[in-house]
Design a protein around this ligand. Structure first.
Ligand SMILES: [Fe+2]
Ligand SMILES: [Fe+2]
Length: 346
């Protein structure tokens, strides 16, 4: 029997915060250091080091394409740690020194997993050679992916405190929009300093693309960019990337749409091999998967954004698995941090 997480009763002040923070402006203020503390359910117990290590190795051993009870149990163990970690604490961890980070990782299972999954992915990114007609993906965090083809390694929406370690292995970086859960200035600056393209609609560099639609080429990649809405107020705020990975992949297409909210705006020109959408920004993912885009595979993303408040836009593993079920399509999966997915064309 799968163990379920009890979040417990909602504190009256949290109820007030929930209503107050429904306003985007107030929510933005709350993410500043104005003293709005998040309540943590006192009944939730942090996993022990042994439980954390077992859950992490289960996550690494199991696969998103076969969601076993072992993976679900591990996810639920880690979820306890997610539900105890305040956004402000994640912020402190994110900017901490390696020594301080190690202390956080000893104490918090979810941060231990974040670090261990990065070690795993980094080692594999370094060692893996993508065969012809094959594209390999690693999910790092939130909507962050590294995509390796036979000729290039591409990074999209990377936010990670150790992101700079990717630089020797990545050819270019794509950033969908100017929200702090999709990029860090330090990584973008370091990529630029290393002479690697950083493509976005807001970073003032040689690769700034402000037009509504444009096509660019970087090495073997041909990338179609299109600006779409994030929500009713952030119009054309997100740039979607339709990446043709080139002849060595038989023109495999990756379609990363960041925080795009409107399925009618998602109009890729070519058949999509892998579609990477936000699972809870209002986008009708089942419609995109089954009626409009009909990709070969979909990687539902944007769970566990630890920079969001515990009960505000920090979608859980269970939320993610329920969204997978709603799609009613076996090609839809929920990758976890560090997950490697090998896709072949044909
Ligand atoms: Fe966003
Ligand atoms: Fe986001």
């Amino acid at each position: 029997m799968t163990k379920r997480i009890s979040i417990g009763a909602i504190h009256p002040r949290r109820d007030f915060l929930r209503m107050a923070l429904a306003s985007p402006c107030l929510w933005a203020l709350a993410n500043c250091d104005l003293g709005l503390a998040e309540d943590v359910d006192p009944n939730l117990v942090e996993p022990t080091a042994e439980e954390a290590d077992a859950a992490i190795s289960a996550m690494i051993r199991t696969s998103a394409t076969d969601v076993s009870s072992e993976r679900l149990d591990a996810a639920h163990t880690l979820q306890r740690s997610v539900d105890r970690l305040r956004a402000s604490e994640f912020g402190d961890y994110f900017k901490s020194s390696p020594e301080e980070a190690a202390r956080w990782e000893n104490e918090r299972a979810i941060l231990r997993y974040l670090n261990a999954s990065f070690d795993k992915a980094l080692g594999e990114i370094r060692e893996t050679k993508a065969e012809e007609n094959t594209v390999v993906f690693w999910h790092l965090y939130n909507m962050g992916y590294v995509v390796k083809t036979p000729t290039q390694t591409i990074a999209v929406d990377i936010k990670h405190r150790r992101a700079s370690e990717l630089i020797p292995f990545v050819d270019y970086l794509l950033v969908t929009h100017n929200h702090g859960d999709h990029f860090t200035t330090s990584f973008c600056d370091a990529m630029t300093a290393a002479g690697k393209p950083v493509v976005s609609n807001f970073i003032k560099n040689d690769w700034l693309v402000e037009e509504d639609e444009r096509e660019i080429e970087i090495g073997d990649s041909r990338i179609r960019l299109k600006r779409v809405d994030h929500n009713k107020t952030l119009i054309k705020y997100v740039t979607t990337f339709e990446i043709d990975c080139g002849p060595k992949t038989d023109h495999f297409v990756v379609y990363h749409v960041g925080d795009a909210c409107d399925v009618s705006q998602l109009t890729p020109k070519a058949p999509v091999d892998v579609f990477i959408p936000h699972l809870a920004v209002g986008l009708d993912v089942p419609k995109a998967v089954n009626e409009t885009i009909k990709p070969k595979q979909t990687f539902l993303s944007h769970i566990l954004e630890l920079g969001h408040l515990i009960d505000k836009w920090r979608w859980s593993y269970d939320y993610g698995y329920n969204q997978v079920k709603r799609c009613a399509n076996d090609s839809v999966i929920l990758p976890v941090w560090g997950e490697k997915i090998v896709c072949s064309r044909g």
